[in-house]
Design a protein around this ligand. Structure first.
Ligand code: UD1
Ligand code: MG
Length: 429
C-alpha cells in the first residue's frame, strides 16, 4: 500500500510587497487562489491524507477559503509570526502521534506541480533520508537561503542571505522552501530551535544542521525546472506566473490536438480540459474548471468563467460569456449572449443577444435556465430564470420569457408593431 503523507503549508506571512489588504495567498491566477494551486499540487500526488495551513495575516479570510474548498485541510493560527520554523511548529501538536512523512512548503508557489512533488517524495524514500530539501539552481540567487555542501558534496546546512559570508553568497544552489521530514525522527528539532541569527527569527532551515548533528541523513533534491519554485511576492510576479502557467497550458493543449489560433491573446486556465480538433480563436479568456469537447469553436472574444461543460461541435461565438452551464452537442451560442446557471440540450440555437437573467440582486439568489433539445431563442430574448424552454420550442425575437414554454410551442412577448405612414414628410413640415 502507498504510504500517506501529511503537509504543512506556510501562509501566515504578510506579503508586504503585494501592496494589498488581501492575504498574499488569496490572490488569484485564472480566478484560482495561489494557496489553491499549492493545495491542489499536494492533493494531486494522491498521497496527502491531511494538510495543515498556517495562517496569520488576514487569517479569517484564508481560513474561510480553506474551509469552503478543502475538506482535508485545517488551519492553524500563528500569532505573532516569529519565522518559518515557528510557523511550521504550529502544527506540532496535531502531528504529535504521526508516524510518517511530513511535507512542508509555502502557500505562494503556484507553479510547483504534483509531478515534481511526487518525484521529490520518491527521491526522499529512495535516498532513505530523514530529511530532504528541495533545491534549485539560479544564476541570480539573491535573497534565497543558500545550500551549503561539504567537501564530498553532501548537504551540510542552509544559510540565509542575511547570515551568509561573502563566499557563501556566491553559491547558486538555493533552498526552495520545500522539505520532506520523517516526522518521528526530525520533529524533535523544533524543540531545540532558537532565533540566534541576523533576523532574530526561528528559521525552519535550521532543521538541516540539527538532522546532521543527530547522525541522521539529510539530502537535497535539485529541481529540474527552477521556475517551479517561483514564489509570488508582488503584482508583477503574479503576472509573470500567469504567463508561465498559460504557456504550460498551451503546450499541453497543442500536444493534445487543440488548435489555438493566437496563443499570445488567449488565456486558458490549467483546470480546463479540451478535446482534439476544437479551435480557440483569438482574445478568448477561459478561467476556472471547464470541460470542452471535440470540434468546438470558441471565440474570438469569448469568455468562459468556470464550471462550463461543452459537448462536441458546440459553437461559442464572439462576445459571449458562459458561466456554470452545461451545453450539449451541436448547440450554437454564436454572438453577444450571456448564458449562466443553465443546461442547454443538443442542437439548440441561441439567437444573438440572448440573456439568461439568472440573478436577483436583492436576495442575491441565482436561478437556473433549462433549454431542451432543438429549441431556439430569437435575438434579444431575455430568459428570466428559473425558466424552462421545452424541446423544439421557439422564442420570438425581443421576448422577455418569465414562464416555462412548452415543447413545440412559440413563446413571444412583443408590443404590437405600429406603422405611421409618411412620417418623414410630417416631421419635415
Ligand atoms: C525562506 C527560507 C529560505 C528560502 C526561501 C524560499 C527560512 C528561514 N528561509 O526565506 O531559505 O530560500 O524561503 O522562498 O525559512 N511564513 C509564515 N510565518 C512566519 C514567516 C514566514 O507563515 O513567521 C511563511 C510566509 O508566508 C511564506 C513562507 O513562510 O509563505 C516563507 O517566508 P518568507 O519570509 O518568504 O521566507 P524567506 O525569508 O524568503
Ligand atoms: Mg522573510
Amino acid at each position: 500500500m502507498e504510504r500517506k503523507i501529511k503537509s504543512i503549508i506556510l501562509a501566515a506571512g504578510k506579503g508586504t510587497r503585494m501592496k494589498s489588504e488581501k492575504s498574499k495567498v488569496l490572490h488569484t491566477i485564472f480566478n484560482k487562489e495561489l494557496l489553491g494551486y499549492v493545495l491542489d499540487a499536494v492533493n494531486n500526488t494522491g498521497m496527502a491524507e491531511e494538510n495543515f495551513v498556517i495562517v496569520g495575516h488576514q487569517s479569517e479570510a484564508v481560513e474561510e477559503f480553506v474551509k469552503n474548498n478543502y475538506a482535508n485541510a485545517k488551519c492553524r493560527l500563528q500569532s505573532p509570526q516569529l519565522g518559518t520554523g515557528h510557523a511550521a511548529f504550529q502544527a506540532y501538536d496535531d502531528l504529535k502521534d504521526f508516524d510518517g512523512e511530513v511535507l512542508i512548503l509555502c502557500g505562494d508557489t503556484p507553479l510547483l506541480t504534483s509531478e515534481t512533488l511526487t518525484k521529490f517524495i520518491n527521491a526522499h524514500r529512495e535516498g532513505q533520508a530523514a530529511l530532504t530539501v528541495m533545491s534549485a539552481i539560479f544564476d541570480d540567487p539573491t535573497n534565497y537561503g543558500r545550500i551549503v555542501r561539504d567537501e564530498n558534496g553532501n548537504l551540510k546546512a542552509i544559510v540565509e542571505e542575511k547570515d551568509a559570508q561573502d563566499a557563501q553568497k556566491k553559491i547558486k544552489e538555493i533552498n526552495t522552501g520545500v522539505y520532506l521530514l520523517d516526522w518521528k525522527r526530525v520533529s524533535p528539532s523544533f524543540l531545540e530551535m532558537n532565533a540566534d541569527n541576523a533576523q532574530h527569527e526561528y528559521y525552519l532551515t535550521d532543521i538541516v544542521k540539527w538532522t546532521i548533528k543527530n547522525g541522521l541523513k539529510a539530502q537535497s533534491y535539485v529541481l529540474e525546472n527552477n521556475e517551479e519554485s517561483f514564489g509570488i511576492n508582488s503584482k508583477k510576479q503574479l503576472a509573470q506566473a500567469t504567463k508561465i502557467l498559460k504557456e504550460r497550458v498551451m503546450d499541453k493543449l497543442f500536444a493534445a490536438g487543440v488548435t489555438i489560433v493566437d496563443p499570445d491573446t488567449t488565456y486558458i486556465s490549467p483546470d480546463t480540459q479540451i478535446e482534439p480538433d476544437t479551435i480557440i480563436y483569438p482574445c478568448t479568456y477561459i478561467e476556472g474548471k471547464n470541460k470542452i469537447g471535440k470540434n468546438c469553436k470558441i471565440g474570438p472574444f469569448a469568455r468562459l468563467r468556470g464550471d462550463v461543460e461543452l459537448g462536441d461541435f458546440v459553437k461559442i461565438g464572439n462576445f459571449v460569456e458562459i458561466k456554470k452551464s452545461k451545453i450539449k452537442n451541436h448547440t450554437n451560442v454564436s454572438h453577444l449572449s450571456y448564458v449562466g446557471d443553465s443546461d442547454l440540450g443538443s442542437n439548440v440555437n441561441i439567437g444573438a443577444g440572448t440573456i439568461t437573467a439568472n440573478y436577483n440582486h436583492i436576495t442575491k439568489e441565482k436561478f437556473n435556465t433549462v433549454i431542451e433539445n432543438n429549441a431556439s431563442t430569437g435575438s434579444n430574448s431575455v430568459l428570466v430564470a428559473p425558466v424552462k424552454i421545452g424541446e423544439n420550442a421557439s422564442i420570438g425575437a425581443g421576448s422577455v420569457i418569465s414562464k416555462d414554454v412548452d415543447a413545440n410551442a412559440l413563446g413571444l412577448t412583443r408590443a404590437p408593431l405600429k406603422i405611421f405612414k409618411d412620417w418623414f414628410q410630417k416631421v419635415k413640415k
